[in-house]
Design a protein around this ligand. Sequence first.
Ligand SMILES: NC(=O)c1ccc[n+]([C@@H]2O[C@H](COP(=O)([O-])OP(=O)(O)OC[C@H]3O[C@@H](n4cnc5c(N)ncnc54)[C@H](OP(=O)(O)O)[C@@H]3O)[C@@H](O)[C@H]2O)c1
Length: 186
Amino acid sequence: MLDKVARIAPGESVLVHAAAGGVGSQLGQAARLLGAGRVVGTVGSHAKIETAKGFGYQEVVLREEHPSGFDIVIDMVGGTTRRTGIDALNPMGRLIVMGNASGADDVGIPANELWFTNKTMSGFNLAAFSAAFPAEAGRALRRAVAAVAAGDLLLRVEELTLDQAAEAHRRIESGTTTGKLVLKVP
Ligand SMILES: NC(=O)c1ccc[n+]([C@@H]2O[C@H](COP(=O)([O-])OP(=O)(O)OC[C@H]3O[C@@H](n4cnc5c(N)ncnc54)[C@H](OP(=O)(O)O)[C@@H]3O)[C@@H](O)[C@H]2O)c1
């Protein structure tokens, strides 16, 4: 997503929402590995600020602070965050839509606004990408696994047993988890 869709270039600034979550905890680190300059994360509560900083973000702020001036904004929260994501872009900036964790109704961005401001909005969906481009997805996965093995990507994975599935869903729906939850199947 960062290289093929966001087309990240060395030195570019990147804003990642939900920076302590499963996806957000990886994206800031991946952006830095790909040569990003300023990499900032947003979170929904004070409690997650230090957690997100532990995942390599240079700055972490509350989402309501609306940081701006980015070449790339990654939005997996949706709702008002999508609207403020467009506002946070520099001219020639790219907003990547890849989730709707807030459960908000879809937010439309007027095409004319993109036209007048030289901004781009793109989408990325891993399942659809993997189905359409399996070899490319495999290459990206191998790169990611090699980065983890080399210690360049820090993962936080909490394991629960399969009979704790309902508890796992409750935690994810509450928005309080950090990193990934994994159900272990015996
Ligand atoms: N497009 C793709 O290929 C792709 C791949 C994986 C995941 N996703 C999507 O990306 C999103 C994030 O995935 P994830 O694995 O990072 O999930 P996650 O770890 O559960 O993170 C989601 C975060 O969204 C924030 N959030 C804001 N409003 C929320 C609400 N009403 N309820 C729950 N959370 C809320 C919370 O962070 P704060 O406390 O910081 O607000 C929460 O921790 C999901 O929507 C998922 O479907 C997309």
